[in-house]
Design a protein around this ligand. Structure first.
Ligand code: BG6
Length: 509
């Protein structure tokens, strides 16, 4: 299979933020690095009445803004010449007919073998309508392949996700639908499988026999900014937990697939989601903690509370933070809590996974009243990428005293490269037809099935918000969730120098 796919890419919502910040720069990198054939076209579709020239200038601007290094003017121009703009009304059939004419013509101009990628980067309420119109106007009637890339949110609960899925399935087969979860494009999220299945030393220990608990933190220091309107309805549970957090849980907990093919990997992941212990309305308070930030300080800058956001109501009951204890009721994981937490306006931006191993059955050193550090495997997803393994060694110069040290592997310093952006990788996969790192329908369905009872409970039960100050790691109840089991959150650390960026340092534990 060629590594340089040739296709027409239609971006619905081409004047939006996602197209500008992620899609154009990712396509540019693919183009620059020879991962995209020169036989391609991009048609930007949106309501505004832009011209091709104006659109191309915006594309060049976006590429330049995204790139830390200077982009060659000539290369950026030759890239932007593949871009066309098509002003559009989603509900008007004539818009689709003229889009088809444009695409047919561009296939001819660029010698594209009638392959089409439709990227829906716009308000989800139009996803179904667009799919139906694409079909009616025969835009999906192609000699090559057709694929639909769909951004989240994929519904706001199970029934709405089912309706949406039925609509798009009338036009696209499951294997033609690429539901994006951009966390699956992150270098270190993809590394979870490699760490587990390519190393003899971890997989044997990867179970309730040796692991005490697993902690996944995805904290953000930014507040909801101008996304208040969307966020007020979504909240952290739907925005982050239903997708990114549960996807990371699946990768950490899945059984080894029989091979790395798309369906085998996704088949194993879905089994984890099926094994999640259901959290009923009656046990939400025992397993899940929600928070909403009030005023505070992040990085010495004063931040207003969530309710002060102009697009949010004064008495908003929406959560901007979630911590939860997930139990996976299968043979491998019975009894091991998977703690997750995520939120806005927290101390730092960081995604980190900590695997805490159980203590040794007999501890010679603690008999001497010397406490042993825990063995921890930390996978640093972002901003720094790497792995640390904490173990105990002899304290230099001492007589039988131990001290915890961390063995670090920082991807950036070891491999001397910047990882490609998640979107770059995912767009490339999609053009190559590899859906492994996209969410299959049953994964979406099981995730909503897990989330819905929690969301429903929260909708009717008000919480005393705000309950954490901006710039902190969430409400106290999130600490108590672990304390009740005899655990605590491990600090967020920087992999390159092993310094604590949030939480208590090792010595204070
Ligand atoms: C998105 C959420 O899916 O993920 C955002 O809608 C969130 O609210 C973002 O900020 C976080 O992504 P990342 O890659 O910055 O961790």
């Amino acid at each position: 299979m060629t590594n340089q796919p040739s296709c027409a890419i239609v971006i619905f919502g081409a004047t939006g933020d996602l197209a500008k910040r992620k899609l154009f720069p990712s396509l540019y990198n693919l183009f620059k690095n020879g991962n995209l054939s020169h036989r391609f076209s991009v048609v930007g579709v949106a309501r505004r009445k832009w011209s091709n020239d104006y659109f191309r200038e915006r594309v060049i601007e976006a590429v330049q803004e995204a790139s830390g290094e200077t982009v060659s003017e000539e290369e950026a121009r030759s890239f932007s010449e593949h871009f066309y703009y098509h002003p559009f009304d989603v509900t008007d059939t004539a818009s689709f007919t003229s889009l088809k004419q444009l695409l047919d013509q561009l296939d001819h101009t660029y010698d594209i073998p009638n392959n089409r990628l439709f990227y829906l980067a716009m308000a989800p309420e139009y996803f179904g309508t667009i799919a139906l119109h694409l079909n009616e106007a025969e835009l999906t009637n192609v000699d090559g392949w057709k694929r639909l890339v769909i951004e989240k949110p994929f519904g706001h609960d199970l029934p709405s996700a089912e309706i949406l899925n039925d609509q798009i399935r009338e036009v696209f087969k499951e294997e033609e639908i690429f539901r994006i979860d951009h966390y699956l494009g992150k270098e270190m999220v993809q590394n979870i499988e490699v760490i587990r299945f390519a190393n003899a030393m971890f997989e044997h220990l990867w179970s309730n026999r040796f692991i005490a608990n697993v902690q996944i933190t995805s904290s953000e220091s930014i507040d909801v900014g101008d996304r208040g309107h969307y966020y007020e309805k979504s909240g952290a549970l739907r925005d982050m937990v239903q997708n990114h957090m549960l996807q990371m849980v699946s990768l950490l907990a899945m059984e080894p697939p029989i091979n790395l093919s798309t369906e085998e990997v996704r088949g194993e992941k879905v089994k984890v989601l099926r094994s999640l212990r259901k959290i009923t309305k009656d046990d939400v308070d025992q397993y899940v903690v929600r928070g909403q930030y009030g005023p505070g300080e992040v990085d010495s800058t004063e931040i207003k509370g969530f309710r002060e956001n102009e697009k949010v109501t004064d008495e908003s009951n929406t959560e901007t933070f979630v911590a939860a204890k997930l139990m996976i009721d299968n043979h491998r994981w019975a009894g091991v809590p998977f703690y997750i937490r995520t939120g806005k306006s927290m101390t730092v931006k960081s995604t980190q996974i900590v695997i805490e191993f159980k203590d040794l059955p007999m501890n010679l050193y603690s008999q001497q009243h010397v406490s042993l550090g825990k063995n921890l495997l930390t996978i640093h997803i972002q901003p720094d990428e790497g792995i640390t393994l904490q173990m105990n060694v002899k304290k230099p110069g001492s007589n039988g005293e131990t001290t915890p040290i961390a063995m670090e592997f920082s991807k950036k310093s070891a491999l001397k490269m910047n990882s490609p952006e998640a979107y770059e990788r995912l767009m490339h996969d999609c053009m190559l037809g590899d859906a492994t790192n996209f969410t299959r329908w049953d994964e979406v369905a099981y995730s909503w099935r897990f989330i819905d009872p929690i969301a429903e409970h929260w909708q009717v039960k008000k919480e005393a918000f705000p309950n954490y100050a901006a710039g902190t790691m969430g409400p106290e109840a999130a600490d108590q969730l672990l304390a009740a089991d005899g655990f605590h959150w491990w600090p967020i650390k920087n992999v390159e120098n092993n310094t604590v960026v949030s939480g208590k340092a090792l010595d204070d534990q």
